[in-house]
Design a protein around this ligand. Structure first.
Ligand SMILES: Nc1nc2c(c(=O)[nH]1)N[C@H]1C(S)=C(S)[C@@H](COP(=O)(O)O)O[C@H]1N2
Ligand SMILES: [Mo]
Length: 429
């Protein structure tokens, strides 16, 4: 299923309505779907179409309202591009990421398996075990009661964001720009919870387990289980989150509980979080080993075959920026505002520059400080074009260590960490 071309939701529903129902609405059978439509689902559908649906009882299973037939519609999401339907993977066009804080309906979705279909926040439990003094089993109410609840804007970017531009291509979801977001997360600090459990001296790594199912349907087989070096896990801005933008998490973004690890590959931020185990060896769960979320230990020429033993685990994400206004291919006047975001994992961005002459000259944009550690930074520039015609706006960020975004891709076999400059084409008149 990986690496397939984009499909529209209507094609997806036409090909296999039952499956589409399950993927989109979390229900399998026709009967369930009808139940779904009569209750919460109907309300959602009504919101989506903007009015009551008098004949809703007659709607066949798998029917996506014609009003949306050609758009990628995921309930509670708006305007995302569907890259894969099994598992659901969807990215956000840059122009829809313009808000300083990403609304939930614009937060991308990266699933490795099938999300749990029945989640009950009241009975959900998180276990902390392995090499701890006191293993803990905590409900969400316990988390809220026993630990300080904090709200922070935190950036999550998928390690494979930008993979679509690799040449030779790399297998996997063909993310362009939009596997990144900065929502406001509410939860408790991972560090506080681990401290309460009592981290034993021998611990070197965490292991995270979620409740999603493997695509094969095999019981007990996990789609993904990643972890963090214990020093990273004990830093301040990693959250065990139960709210996103002031509301319960979206089902595809990990409801009812997830980790949020800003600045490191999104895969560290386990969704549908059930268990954190502390280990005295580097975690070896699915997608921790082999070449998953790893890059060669040295720069390699495009197309190079690299021995597995020469791959290292990706830690912080590199410096990067996005232009969120204007949209690519927009029509612009001779003067326009240009804006976007910039980030660099575990660092801050100190400078953002834009060019309208293919990189010959650069102008410095106004760059905000992050609202808190782990949040992306918003930037803004006023641009004057000398005449009408086709122009490109390029943006490049430089981080607190003086590292700047490159023009060319730092190619690697699995298509990770593409932080090349973002460009948008404009028709100026
Ligand atoms: N349980 C679980 N957690 C997961 C994943 C997953 O498939 N299952 N995908 C990971 C990856 S690869 C990324 S990039 C982020 C994406 O978070 P989002 O879907 O909320 O945008 O979730 C991570 N957490
Ligand atoms: Mo990811």
């Amino acid at each position: 299923m990986d690496n397939k071309t984009k499909s529209t939701v209507s094609e997806f529903f036409a090909a296999n309505p039952q499956k589409a129902d399950k993927e989109f609405f979390g229900r399998t059978s026709y009967a369930d779907r009808r139940g779904f439509l009569k209750n919460a689902g109907l309300a959602t559908m009504i919101t989506m179409v903007g009015g009551a649906i008098p004949f809703h009882r007659n709607m066949p299973s798998g029917l996506i309202p014609a009003a949306f037939a050609d758009e990628a519609v995921l309930v509670g999401k708006d305007g995302l591009t569907l890259l894969n339907d099994r598992p659901v993977n969807a990215e956000t066009p840059p122009a829809l990421l313009d808000d300083p804080i990403t609304p939930t309906n614009r937060h991308f979705i990266r699933n490795n398996g099938i999300p749990p279909s029945e989640v009950n926040p009241e009975t959900w439990e998180l276990t902390i075990d392995g090499l701890v003094e006191n293993p803990l089993t905590l409900s969400i109410a316990d988390l809220k009661k026993q630990f300080e609840v904090v709200t922070r804007a935190l950036t999550i970017e998928c390690g494979g964001n930008g993979r679509a531009f690799f040449d030779p291509p790399a297998k996997g979801n063909q993310w362009t720009y939009g596997a990144v977001a900065c929502s406001e997360w509410t939860g408790v600090r991972l560090k506080d919870v681990l401290e309460k459990a009592g981290v034993q001296k021998s611990v070197v790594y965490t292991a995270h387990y979620g409740a999603d199912a493997h695509l094969s349907g095999k019981q007990g087989k996990l789609p993904i289980s990643r972890g963090l070096p214990i020093d990273k896990a004990m830093t301040d801005n990693i959250l065990i989150a139960f709210e996103m933008n002031g509301e319960p998490l979206h089902p595809h973004n990990g409801a009812p509980l997830r980790l949020v690890v800003p600045g490191w590959p999104g895969s560290c931020s386990q969704k549908w979080l059930k268990r954190i185990q502390l280990r005295d060896v580097v975690h070896d769960g699915p997608k921790m080993t082999g070449t998953a979320y790893r890059v060669p230990n040295r720069p390699v020429a495009p197309g190079t075959k690299v021995d597995k033993k020469d791959f290292v685990i990706i830690e912080r994400m590199p410096v990067k920026s996005l232009i969120t206004y204007p949209a690519n291919n927009a029509v612009s006047g001779l003067e326009t505002e240009v804006r976007g975001h910039a980030w660099s994992g575990d660092r801050t961005v100190k400078k953002l520059e834009i060019s309208i002459d293919f990189g010959a000259t650069w102008q410095t944009a106004e760059l905000d400080s992050p609202v808190n550690d782990g949040a992306w930074q918003n930037w803004l520039a006023k641009v004057k074009f000398p005449q009408s015609g086709y122009f490109e706006v390029w943006a490049r960020a430089t981080d607190s260590e003086g590292v700047m975004q490159p023009f060319a891709i730092n190619w690697n076999p699995k298509g990770y960490l593409n932080n090349t400059m973002h460009r948008v084409g404009l028709n100026v008149s």
